[in-house]
Design a protein around this ligand. Sequence first.
Ligand SMILES: [Zn+2]
Ligand SMILES: [Zn+2]
Ligand SMILES: [Zn+2]
Ligand SMILES: [Zn+2]
Ligand SMILES: [Zn+2]
Ligand SMILES: [Zn+2]
Ligand SMILES: [Zn+2]
Length: 281
Amino acid sequence: MDCPDNNLHPDKFCRQNSSTGLSLDFEPKQEYVFVETLQERYKCASCYLVLHNPHQTGCGHRFCEKCVLRLKELNEIPQCPIDKENIKQQEIFKDNCCKREVLNLLVYCRNAPDCDVKVALGRFQDHLGQCLYEEIMCSNPGCHDKVIRKDLESHLTTQCELRDETCTYCKKSMTSIDLQIHTRKYCPLYPVSCLNNCGNTCPREEADDHLAVCPEAEVECPYTSYGCYVKVKRGKLKVHEETFLRDHMLYVLNRNTKLEKQVKVICLCTPPREIILTSPP
Ligand SMILES: [Zn+2]
Ligand SMILES: [Zn+2]
Ligand SMILES: [Zn+2]
Ligand SMILES: [Zn+2]
Ligand SMILES: [Zn+2]
Ligand SMILES: [Zn+2]
Ligand SMILES: [Zn+2]
């Protein structure tokens, strides 16, 4: 039998565990699926779950460490819930033998049936740390996606929004999510179609240059200042100029007539200046 321990302070247990070299443990209060039906002797007499840090009382029943501590907290004279015998402090001892047996009980991985591993209860957490079917956070800081471990690699290379990617057009590298915005809005070399639907496609940075020559862009008639306020597509400008040749000429003529009148008025108002002609000697 293992050495009795009368001091149930949790700190003391931690020290004892490490001094005996026990690094195995499991999360209590979780559901485990045991490969073989869990024997009664491995169940806590208080919580009926698998014993966690088992302690045996004078009546011979076993309790989890926390459960026996709680019995003592709740009652001045704690009683065994099975046989109602008083639990005497000096008769409680840590059952390391039972603990070892419990830690070696085989359980199924919680990711069964995908994962078919059977593992000792004490190694359950270790296994989850490597289980290919365990759900884990993406390893890219800032990505909050959860993936199962075996899919992490493909998530990182093909799905993660924060994976590194290179712009096909300008060769800048950035995260995948930034790249989407980059190509949609900013990449200077991304091919964009003309907004006027002329069929032209050019790098985004040349789009303005194209608009200056785009045949589908609307332009003013060159005779605007003479009074032709028509707007036509650049490609149709020549046709307009030919069709409206007469009108344009009339506009110009009109303007010319007006100008001539104005010049005459100016001449009449201004006294003629003497023009001194110097003849060569
Ligand atoms: Zn218990
Ligand atoms: Zn008992
Ligand atoms: Zn597993
Ligand atoms: Zn990710
Ligand atoms: Zn780019
Ligand atoms: Zn165009
Ligand atoms: Zn015109």
